[in-house]
Design a binder for this molecule. Structure first.
Ligand code: PEP
Length: 247
């Protein structure tokens, strides 16, 4: 059976002291989790977190990567640089990057491609805004966002992780219901099935105010293969409860 993946997205939070305390608490409680676990940390803390997670079952991830291989792109981080820190995952196309950094579907798709080329699994985020949901455009938006990634990545699409993150649910405490989330996940799964015979092994995560109370019902849905967790990943006990719910 496919193991679920619980990935924390720390966003722009943390400090040397806070990271150490958080990861030590997570490692003390995680045991031999029956699911895969990752934390996607701010880039400046990759070396620290790599050392803290050494020989543990918790994988390391980043929150963004350049769509370029290297060169004159001030402030950008190339996938090969991330790889040097033992990264397994990188988030691409988070709605905060699409919104504040104007990342297009095509840029997100090429970030995913660059990550794959370096052996890093991209966690590709898709999701609709509240206005798009209210206009009945949820399916159209997520399919358009995923189509760009499928188009550029060809048969490698089976190597990505997809995270459905309704924008209106991120950091708001307003999670999608399990039924709403499953409905969109089924749409994404069908789209992936049309693109690759390996679609069933692609992990589809739900993200958007997943927490210790709602994780079990979300994770029980047939097409929800894990979670991308923001706020709750910053509290060791909440993150551990979500991990336990995914086991
Ligand atoms: C996120 O930022 O990816 C996220 C899901 O955040 P939160 O869990 O805080 O809604």
């Amino acid at each position: 059976m496919k193991k679920k993946l619980i990935a924390g997205n720390w966003k722009m939070n943390g400090s040397l002291a806070a990271n150490e305390a958080l990861l030590k608490s997570v490692l003390a409680g995680v045991g031999q989790a029956e699911c895969q676990v990752a934390v996607c940390v701010p880039a400046v803390y990759l070396a620290q977190c790599q050392a803290l997670l050494a020989d543990s079952i918790v994988s390391l991830g980043a929150q963004d990567v350049s769509s370029h291989e290297g060169g004159a792109y001030t402030g950008e981080i190339a996938p090969a640089m991330l790889k040097e820190f033992g990264l397994r995952y990188v988030i691409v196309g988070h709605s905060e990057r699409r919104q504040y950094h104007l990342e297009s579907d095509e840029v997100v798709a090429s970030k995913a491609q660059r990550a794959l080329a370096c052996g890093i699994t991209p966690i590709v985020c898709v999701g609709e805004t509240l206005a798009e949901r209210e206009a009945g455009k949820t399916e159209e938006v997520v399919k358009r966002q995923l189509a760009a990634v499928i188009a550029i990545n060809g048969h490698c699409i089976s190597e990505v992780v997809v995270a459905y993150e309704p924008v209106w649910a991120i950091g708001t405490g307003l999670s999608a219901t399990a039924e709403q989330a499953q409905q969109v996940h089924a749409v994404l799964r069908a789209q992936l099935k049309a693109a690759t015979p390996s679609a069933d092994r692609i992990k589809l995560l739900y993200g958007g105010s997943m927490n210790a109370s709602n994780a079990a019902s979300l994770l029980a849905q047939p097409d929800i293969d894990g979670g991308l967790i923001g706020g709750a990943a910053l509290k060791a006990q909440d993150f551990l409860t979500i991990i336990a719910a995914a086991a």
